[in-house]
Design a protein around this ligand. Structure first.
Ligand code: FAD
Ligand code: NAG
Ligand code: NAG
Ligand code: NAG
Ligand code: NAG
Length: 530
């Protein structure tokens, strides 16, 4: 059933091949790192020395600096292309120097904040040479309860933001992702959803100002960048438009106590009926409720047979919830609960940047707009049990998500969506064969889901970056190539982004060359919206 998916096979194979066979000519690398270091030094201000922010491969800390923000072990292998230099910028003048020198020497620049990109594009490039502008030292979180806002720098992690808000108020929070180690830079420029989405929308719906550096090295705020560019960096992906230094966010109101629960049901315990009921109600419930559904294949404890385990978190009585299942806690404690920390874990666990249990990862995404019947659910369980590894997570929409116009931000997946699907495969095995196998399992489940998900385009979530959806070769066809995945991520907003990109970065300096290229260059950009 529904295993056809035009174009994806060739494109995805191509992207893998490119990644794994890329080779570097060392002379040009050596040349580039030396001149790049020299250029950076000569462009830095005496008051803010840059030398201590430069890591070349000759530096004994180079590998540690590189690896400490690789969050997908798929890109921690010896043949993953390595940067010729890492600049851990300490001051905005270092970012300016990076842009000036990268342009002057034609070295590809990758911008990394939290390093959680699922395809590693913040620290891997097929361009030779390339370097990393690492924003990890820009990590202040400045909360102002009086104005109910906060300035958060891009290298801060979500946990630091949650912690920083809670340290000043028990009744304020911020709607963003579930994993506390995700970086602000990628998360807020690409969307940012979490369990307050039905109440307050996405992170991008709660940004009120930003500070960034453009291709000319100029520092801009909302007023000086203008509303178009300010819109683009709230969901259009930061890396195509400039280097973002910080976002100003609006805090939202949370009750002093929230209620959480987690229920597990196996297939034998009527999981199908529970899921079917979830399908009817989760997107219609009061927007104060968010019930995420996770479907996983687990081995039966006693019999060893595989079972489908269904796990439901966060409050809804009709699903067989007993009051003993419910736990009251503060909002900030609930952020830990969602990450499976034991109850009572001190809140400063949110500040930890030491990753636990890193694995090799593949993610894909979909949007569901119609209920899946019980019979089809049963078939889906069978398919999942065959494939064994990929996990499905359903995040319900509705509430505020259905009320924000699709044109408000680049993120277009609003009214009409019942829930978002995340396909997740995680593995420990090293090597290309294991990677190929696990990626293939993920694609198989994705193909199986074709009849049940959005079509024309089959939509996808930018923050769940998925190179299967297309890569760019930066040739004459780059606009057409970008459109293939661009309309999936942005739908009708894609052309508006192309227009903004063409205006603010006509030379296409800011690019994720494996992913994005809103090509302005010589070829005339077709903008039906103009
Ligand atoms: C464990 C895990 C859990 C996750 N949970 C959620 C979740 O609950 N909700 C959700 O919405 N998403 C989630 N994500 C996805 C996550 O939001 C994205 O991967 C996000 O882009 C990560 O941001 P980062 O700064 O850590 O990533 P990075 O890898 O540093 O950057 C991601 C992209 O943004 C660009 N970028 C980064 N910083 C800047 C900057 N300062 N200026 C311009 N461009 C920049 C990079 O070049 C790259 O293209 C999760 C990811 C992981 C790995
Ligand atoms: C430049 O890189 C090469 C190899 O990547 C390395 O051998 C050399 O020491 C580097 N030069 C500097 C100045 O760090
Ligand atoms: C590595 O770089 C850091 C930061 O610039 C510097 O303090 C250190 O001395 C360097 N170490 C080596 C061995 O070059
Ligand atoms: C990443 O690779 C390096 C070099 O092989 C290794 O030392 C390190 O342990 C790896 N990181 C993780 C988290 O496995
Ligand atoms: C499953 O549903 C049936 C029929 O609705 C019910 O009789 C039974 O008690 C349920 N089983 C469980 C474990 O909930």
């Amino acid at each position: 059933m529904g295993t056809s998916f035009p174009n994806s096979k060739t494109l995805s194979l191509f992207s893998l091949q490119v990644l794994f066979t890329a080779s570097f000519s060392s002379p040009s690398t050596a040349f580039a790192n030396e001149t790049l270091s020299q250029c950076l030094i000569s462009h830095s201000q005496a008051s803010h020395p840059i030398i201590s922010a430069i890591y070349t491969p000759a530096n004994s800390s180079y590998s540690t600096v590189l690896q400490s923000y690789i969050r997908n072990l798929r890109f921690n292998s010896s043949d993953t292309p390595k940067p010729t230099l890492i600049l851990t910028a300490l001051h905005e003048s270092h970012v300016q120097a990076a842009i000036v020198c990268a342009r002057k020497l034609s070295v590809q620049m990758k911008i990394r904040s939290g390093g959680h990109d699922f395809e590693g594009i913040s620290y891997v490039s097929i361009s030779s040479p390339f370097f990393i502008l690492d924003m990890i030292n820009f990590r202040s979180v400045d909360v102002d309860i009086e104005t109910e806002t906060a300035w958060v720098q891009v290298g801060a992690i979500l946990g630091e933001v949650y912690y920083g808000i809670a340290a000043k108020s028990k009744v304020h929070g911020f709607p963003a992702g579930v994993c506390p180690m995700v970086g602000i830079g990628g998360h807020l420029s690409g969307g940012g959803y979490g369990n307050m989405m039905r109440k307050y929308g996405l992170s991008v719906d709660n940004i009120v100002d930003a500070c960034m550096i453009n291709v000319k090295g100029k520092i801009l705020d909302r007023e000086s960048m203008g509303e178009d560019l300010f819109c683009a960096i709230r969901g259009g992906g930061g890396a195509s438009f400039g280097v973002i230094l910080a976002y100003k966010i609006n805090l939202v109101h949370v009750p002093e106590m929230v209620t959480v629960f987690r229920i597990q049901r196996t297939r034998e315990q009527n999981a199908t009926a529970v899921v079917y009921q979830w399908e009817q109600v989760a997107h219609k419930l009061h927007e104060d409720l968010f019930i995420r559904l996770v479907m996983d294949v687990v081995a039966g404890k006693n019999t060893g047979e595989k079972r489908l385990l269904s796990m439901i978190s966060d409050g809804f009585p009709e699903l067989g919830l007993r009051s003993s299942d419910c736990i009251e806690m503060s909002w900030v404690e609930s952020t830990l609960y969602w990450m499976n920390f034991p109850i009572g874990t001190p809140v400063d666990a949110l500040l930890s940047r030491a990753p636990k249990g890193l694995m090799h990862l593949k993610r894909k995404s979909d949007y569901v707009r119609q209920i899946i019947s019980k019979d089809k659910l049963e078939l889906l369980w069978k398919r999942m049990i065959d494939l064994e590894r990929p996990i499905l997570t359903f995040n319900p929409y509705g509430g505020k998500m259905g009320k924000i116009p699709t044109t408000e931000t680049p993120f277009p997946h609003r009214a009409g969506n019942l829930w978002k699907v995340q396909y997740a495969t995680n593995w420990h095995e090293e090597g290309h064969e294991a990677a190929q196998h696990n990626i293939e399992l993920t694609r198989k489940l994705y193909n199986y889901m074709t009849p049940f998900v959005s079509k024309n385009p089959r939509a996808a979530f930018l923050n769940y970056r998925d190179l299967d959806l297309g890569v760019n070769h930066n040739g004459d066809e780059s606009y057409e190539e970008a459109k293939v995945y661009g309309v999936r991520y942005f739908k009708g907003n894609f052309n508006r982004l192309v227009k903004i990109k063409t205006k603010v970065d006509p030379g296409n300096f800011f690019k994720n060359e494996r992913v994005f290229r809103f090509f302005p260059g010589k070829k005339k950009v077709k903008c039906p919206n103009k």
